[in-house]
Ligand binder design. Structure first.
Ligand SMILES: [Zn+2]
Length: 356
């Protein structure tokens, strides 16, 4: 089983056959346990029996999780339901049983420990404490913070409920832990808008030279402000002294097997997940360096058919097993969201014929 392996140690020759076998197994499992999935496959891939390469695996448009009840466990076994952060319209609904939820946490920890080390570090959270208390708003942000908070200790929230910086708390945290390694986490936009820019505006700096900042979430809002990854990192260093800054990419539809940015600025596939890039229109797989739509493969989803999903993100595959950082696996860049109309189009392509 891939879940027993270390996150970045498998070369393609070893990984791909294992991955293919597990994903073929999951496709069969979901066909047998999720009727809408079975109908989708019958409509879109009527001749499908088993894939000989991951490129041949059936995939669902991620948007279908907003439209259909896609679960492969009886209601009685539902342990937790995750909702996407979607600001408009209906949210994705991801159904977890206890085994899938436990596996997601286990894998998230495994990946995080690769970057953070095994010891729990003092943790500065760039958000306000209300974000995990407000149940009605308990979506991706709250769940993400809660999911990662057990990787740290002595948690400190850097913001007040009105999004202003809680300087008293932050200064105390820096005084107490600033000399050693600490874990800083926040959503990209929150870190930028309410922390880094605010420090800059107030002409203040903090000093956490041994910290590692992990941040997640779309770049869209930042790109609108013409802030790229390099600018983001430079400004974080200037205001906080943090030089180790890693973005990570993941979707609520595939929690656990996240893609973390290495020192080269590349997002890396862990052993438990993989990516393909497809060209809109003919949906053939794109070559290295060619732009397209990102397809995500994960061996974790058993309680819902989310093991092979076509995202709504544009991406480019950069290589496999040969990143200068030394980690194995495919690595890629996210280029941004698909325009809404195009995203709807590719969802329609893959839902026609299904009982909605
Ligand atoms: Zn790398």
């Amino acid at each position: 089983m891939l879940v027993e392996r270390e996150p970045y140690c498998l070369e393609a020759a070893e990984k791909q056959p294992l991955l293919l076998a597990e994903l073929n197994g999951l496709t069969k499992h979901h066909q047998q346990h999720c009727q809408p999935y079975q109908q989708l496959l019958a409509a879109q891939w009527p001749a499908f029996v088993a894939a000989k390469q991951t490129e041949q695996l059936p995939y669902l448009a991620v948007r279908l999780f907003k439209q259909l009840k896609l679960q492969s466990v009886p209601d009685a076994d539902v342990f937790k339901v995750l909702y996407s952060s979607g600001t408009t319209g209906t949210q994705s609904r991801i159904v977890l049983d206890s085994a899938t939820a436990a596996m997601q946490s286990k894998i998230l920890v495994k990946i995080m420990q690769h970057w953070l080390g095994k010891a729990r570090l003092p943790m500065l959270i760039i958000d306000h404490p209300g974000v995990i208390k407000d149940r009605s708003n308990f979506s991706a942000r709250g769940a993400g913070i809660q999911g990662l908070s057990f990787m740290g200790r002595n948690h400190c929230y850097a913001l007040n409920d009105d999004m202003s910086i809680n300087f008293e708390a932050v200064e105390q945290f820096c005084q107490q832990f600033g000399d050693g390694p600490v874990f800083v986490f926040g959503f990209t936009f929150m870190v930028w808008q309410f922390f880094i820019q605010e420090l800059q505006r107030q002409n203040k700096t903090i000093l956490l030279p041994q910290a590692l900042l992990l941040h997640s979430g779309g770049w869209k809002k930042l790109q609108d402000q013409a802030v790229d990854n390099t600018t983001f990192k430079q400004q974080v260093l200037a205001q906080t002294g943090i030089s180790k800054v890693h973005n990570f990419y993941g979707m609520v539809e595939q929690v656990g097997a996240i893609f973390v940015e290495c020192e080269q600025g590349h997002l890396h596939c862990p052993s438990y997940a993989d990516v393909l890039v497809r060209k809109p229109g003919n949906w053939q797989t794109a070559a290295v360096g060619e732009e397209g739509v990102l397809q995500l493969l994960s061996t974790l989803p058993r309680s819902y058919p989310g093991h092979s999903l076509l995202s709504e993100d544009r991406a480019v595959l950069l290589g496999e097993d040969n990143c200068p950082c030394g980690r194995m696996g495919k690595y890629f860049h996210i280029l941004g969201r698909l325009p809404q109309a195009e995203a709807r189009g590719c969802s329609d392509t893959f839902s026609s014929g299904a009982a909605v």
